[in-house]
Write a protein that binds this ligand. Sequence first.
Ligand code: NAD
Ligand code: TYD
Length: 344
Amino acid sequence: MRNLLITGGAGFIGSNFVHYMLERYEHYRIVVFDKLTYAGRMENLAQALANPRFAFVHGDICDLDAVREAVRAHAIDTIVNFAAETHVDRSIMTPDAVVRTNVNGTWALLEVAREVGVERFHQISTDEVYGFIPEPQRSREGDPLEPRSPYSASKAGAEHLVYAYFITYGLPVTITRGANNIGPFHYPEKAVPLFTTNAIDDLPLPIYGDGRQVRDYQYVLDHCEGIDIVLHRGALGECYNVGTEVETPNIEMARKILDLLGKPHSLIQHVADRAGHDRRYALDCSKLRALGWHSRHSFDEALERTVRWYVEHQEWWRPIKSGEYLEYYRRQYAERAQADPPAR
Ligand code: NAD
Ligand code: TYD
C-alpha cells in the first residue's frame, strides 16, 4: 500500500482520515477524489494542501472515465470509498441522489478497481444498514441487513456490490460499518453540529419526536483508527463494525451540549418525527477489537472536544449556515416545527 485514493476526502470523516493517514504513515501518498457537493469543502483539507504527498482531484465517482484517469495518473493501489450522499433527511426529501452516488458511484469505482487490479478496495459503510435494532440486541457482522431509509438502503446496496466483486472477480475488498461520528468538520445539518451551532446562537434545538431514539456517537478519529486497522490487518472479504458500544438518547445528547455551552434546556424544541425513524442502532464491535482496536474516547470526551471545536472554529461553520443551507433548513424544519408537539 503506497498510493491511496480517498474518495469523499473533502467531507467530514474523509478529511479527518486524510489528516490522520498523512501524519501516521510517512511514506503514503494520498489523493483525494471529490465532487465538492454542498458537504465537500476544500477548507477541510487546508492542512494537507501544502504536503507534497497530497493531491486533490475534482471529480464525480459516477464518472467512470474520470475515476479511471485519476487512478492511472496517480498509480493508485488502494481505494477507500468515503464518497456518498450521507444525510438521512435529505435522502427522504430527494432519494435519487443517494441511489446515484452511493450505488452507481460505488459500482463505477469497483469497475475501475477491477480493471486496474488494486491491492485493496475498502468501502466505508454504516451501522444503519442493519436497520432498527430492538433492546437488548446488538448487531454482529453476519446479521441480516434490513435498511429502512433511502440512505441506508443505498449503503446496503453498495455493500452488496462490493461483496459481489469479491466473490465474482476476486477483488480484494474490506468493509467497515461505523456508528455515528462526531468531531471537527462535521457539516451542521447532522444532529450534533446542528444542535451545537444553534445553541451557540441561542436558536432552538429541533428534537425529532420524543428524543428517546438512541445512537452510538463515536469520536471521528476512533473511527479513522478502526478503518486504518482494517486496511492493514483486516481479512479480505470481511466486514467490521466500528463504534463505542455505548448508546445515548438524543434528548440526553442535546442536554449535554446545552450544559457544555452554559445554555438553558428550554432551547430544546420537540418537532415532528422523521419518517421511518430508526429508534435504535447498537453494534457489537468484538470482531474489530480482536484485531487490536479499541475506542479511545468516551461519549462525554468526544462531545466535549466536538463542542469546543465548534466554539473555536466559528469561521468554519458560519459561512456554511447561509444560502443553500438556509433554504434547506427552511424546507426541512418549517413544517416540522408547526406540527403538533409530540407527547414527551
Ligand atoms: P459528508 O457528507 O461529510 O461528505 C461526503 C463527501 O463525499 C463530500 O466531500 C462530498 O463532496 C463527497 N461526494 C458526494 N458525492 C460525491 C460524488 N458523486 N463523487 C465524489 N465525491 C462525492 O460525509 P461523512 O459524514 O464524512 O461520511 C463519509 C462516509 O462515511 C459516507 O460513506 C457515509 O455513508 C459513511 N458514514 C458516515 C457516518 C457519520 O456519522 N457521518 C457514520 C458511518 C458511516
Ligand atoms: P443524524 O445526525 O441525522 O444521524 P443519523 O440519522 O444518520 O443517525 O441524526 C442523529 C439522531 O438525531 C437521529 O436519531 C435523528 C435525530 N435528529 C433530531 O432529533 N433532530 C435533528 O434536527 C436531526 C438532524 C437529527
